[in-house]
Design a protein around this ligand. Structure first.
Ligand SMILES: CC(C)(COP(=O)(O)OP(=O)(O)OC[C@H]1O[C@@H](n2cnc3c(N)ncnc32)[C@H](O)[C@@H]1OP(=O)(O)O)[C@@H](O)C(=O)NCCC(=O)NCCS
Length: 172
């Protein structure tokens, strides 16, 4: 089985509508947020994703890339998505971290998130990052396992309102 990351292209529209539809039908929040950026139109999403990638009009946000996880077992199907943020603002430093990811509900429990994070870490290394911060809410054992599989070391747990975020680092 082969898995790889693809940058969103204009040809991904149908596959994107399919994964977003599945997550919405499951009544789950969209994770990572960058999978839709809260947009319903693929073209709008694509344009804004390009802006993030190029570092245009960022405001208080940081430059970031989103990649889709694809595999040869189900060609053309987006299995999940990962968001790589090349810096930290105040929110990211405490609660968000450098990387966000999610696997569509029907494809979970197959090791895809662990593999996707591994591929994302390679991209981070390629872009010159030396260590990355990852966070997850303390109830999210699956996400914590994914990080631990990739060598994450817990720094601390911080509170944001009712939520508790575990903060981990991975040396690249
Ligand atoms: C978290 C998430 C990305 C994991 O994706 P996945 O592809 O199922 O993960 P993997 O198959 O690589 O499994 C990783 C580990 O999680 C464990 N795991 C999976 N579901 C679990 C659950 N409900 N409870 C506890 N552990 C779980 C697996 O057993 C595996 O650990 P192991 O190798 O030690 O057995 C996926 O559940 C998801 O997209 N959730 C919604 C979005 C989200 O929470 N993203 C992370 C935000 S920080």
């Amino acid at each position: 089985m082969s898995l790889w990351l693809e940058r969103p292209g204009l040809h991904h529209e149908a596959a994107w509508l399919d994964i977003v539809g599945e997550i919405r039908a499951a009544e789950e929040p969209i994770v990572p947020y960058s999978l839709t950026l809260d947009l319903d139109s693929y073209l709008d999403f694509w344009h804004k994703t390009e802006q993030y990638s190029n570092g245009d009009n960022l405001g208080d946000k940081v430059r970031a890339d989103t990649f889709f996880l694809m595999g040869d077992q189900k060609p053309g199907r987006i299995l999940g998505a990962i968001n790589l943020r090349y810096g930290l603002n105040e929110y990211l430093r405490l609660y968000g971290g450098h990387i966000g990811y999610g696997i569509r509900p029907s494809e979970r429990g197959k090791g895809y998130a662990t593999a996707m994070l591994g591929l994302g870490l390679k991209e981070c290394r390629r872009s010159g990052m030396k260590k990355v911060l990852l966070t997850c809410e303390t109830w999210n054992r699956a996400s914590a396992r994914v990080m631990e599989h990739q060598g994450a070391v817990l720094e601390n747990v911080v509170n944001l309102g009712e939520k508790r975020f575990a903060r981990y680092w991975i040396e690249l």
